[in-house]
Write a protein that binds this ligand. Structure first.
Ligand code: NAD
Ligand code: LMR
Length: 326
């Protein structure tokens, strides 16, 4: 058996975490041979509810669960953490855009970035789930100057999974037939699901669908799926968000499948002309615990327009939180 790794999760008494923690503890995220110590962060008023979640984790008798830490102190929760899933943040309600949460949530991520910088493992892998995820990841990253910016990522895997499912359904296939999906940009209604490099049954996806369906139905459906869930459920997505967080971390830690890639919000190095330093979703392959942007994809005018629109939105969000970016 391997030595345990430390996995910090914030917002640990919230609805996403209620689906997430049990799957981390059962080995879905890091493998069935990897023991984990869960280091759970909550705000003080939620510590009692967190205690209940920890009791339920105990009651599962997970063989891989090597310990549980519960705290309202970020320096305790991130101490020596190898992985951090930053979930704790306010969710949006009906009629809101995710960037409307910026004011309420941004301060959380500057404080947590600082705490990660101070006490976490230097090799920590950070995934930001709390919205607006890309800009919150940027805030955390910029407040952790001693950690490589590549180690701060934002979740667009839920969008990636949604895009695969919608496409498979349209073509009467299953998600197993869909490869090389790409979400470019922001986890917001400007995100761009790109079918030009995607393959279904080994054949180009864009060529298998009608252009008007792609532009007028598919892209808006994927972009607006979060809002549609809120409308139907009365609360934002939780189990599917937790599932995507598991997928994101597993791909990053254990690698992507040969001949396929995933979408990750990552530190832009200027690839595809995207401003350096934004946390932008790119197609990525992962190997040996590291990610690389898939290079050399052709970008046509249709794609460029949409990639730029979502880049512009991210630059605006960044400019709105300048005071939190040292
Ligand atoms: P929730 O309200 O059920 O839970 C959030 C939890 O975070 C609460 O228990 C709260 O007490 C806690 N919290 C608040 N501030 C905190 C802090 N400073 N430190 C630690 N914990 C803190 O919300 P949820 O449904 O679990 O959603 C959490 C976030 O994830 C929201 O911002 C939501 O919009 C976002 N989200 C993102 C995606 C994505 O694809 N990126 C998908 C779904 C939801
Ligand atoms: C989602 O995409 O489901 C989440 O970001 C929640 C939301 O606000 O849409």
């Amino acid at each position: 058996m391997k030595a345990p790794v430390r996995v910090a999760v914030t917002g640990a008494a919230g609805q996403i975490s209620y689906s997430l923690l049990f799957r981390i503890a059962s080995g879905d995220m890091l493998g069935k041979d990897q023991p984990v110590i869960l280091q759970l962060l909550e705000i003080t008023p939620a510590l009692e509810a967190l205690k209940g979640v920890a009791m339920e984790l105990d009651d599962c008798a997970f063989p891989l669960l090597a310990g549980i830490v519960q705290s309202d102190d970020a320096k305790v929760a991130f101490k020596d953490a190898d992985y951090a899933l930053l979930v704790g943040a306010r969710p949006r309600g009906p009629g809101m855009e995710r960037k409307d949460l910026l004011e309420a949530n941004a301060a959380i991520f500057s404080a947590q970035g600082k705490a990660i910088n101070d006490v976490a493992s230097r090799d920590i892998k950070v995934l930001v789930v709390g919205n607006p995820a890309n800009t919150n990841a940027l805030i955390a990253q910029r407040n952790a100057p001693d950690i490589d910016p590549r180690q701060f990522t934002a979740m667009t895997r839920l969008d990636h999974n949604r895009a695969m499912a919608q496409l498979a359904e349209k073509l009467g296939k299953t998600v197993n037939d869909v490869k090389k999906m790409t979400i470019w940009g922001n986890h917001s209604s400007t995100q761009y699901p790109d079918l030009h490099h995607c393959e279904v049954d080994g054949k180009n996806a864009a060529e298998q669908v009608d252009q008007s369906w792609y532009a007028d139905e598919y892209i808006p459906t994927v972009q607006q799926r979060g809002a549609a869930i809120i409308k139907a459920r009365g609360a934002s997505s939780a189990a599917s968000a937790a599932n995507a967080a598991i997928d994101h971390m597993r791909s990053w830690a254990l690698g992507t499948d040969e001949g396929d890639w995933v979408s990750m919000g990552i530190y832009s190095d200027g690839s595809y002309g995207i401003q350096e330093g934004l946390i932008y979703s790119f197609p990525c392959v992962c190997k040996n615990g590291d990610w690389e942007i898939v290079q050399g994809l052709e970008v046509n005018d249709f794609s460029r327009e949409r990639m730029t629109a979502t880049e512009t939105e991210l630059a605006e969000e960044r400019d709105a939180v300048q005071h939190l970016l040292p």
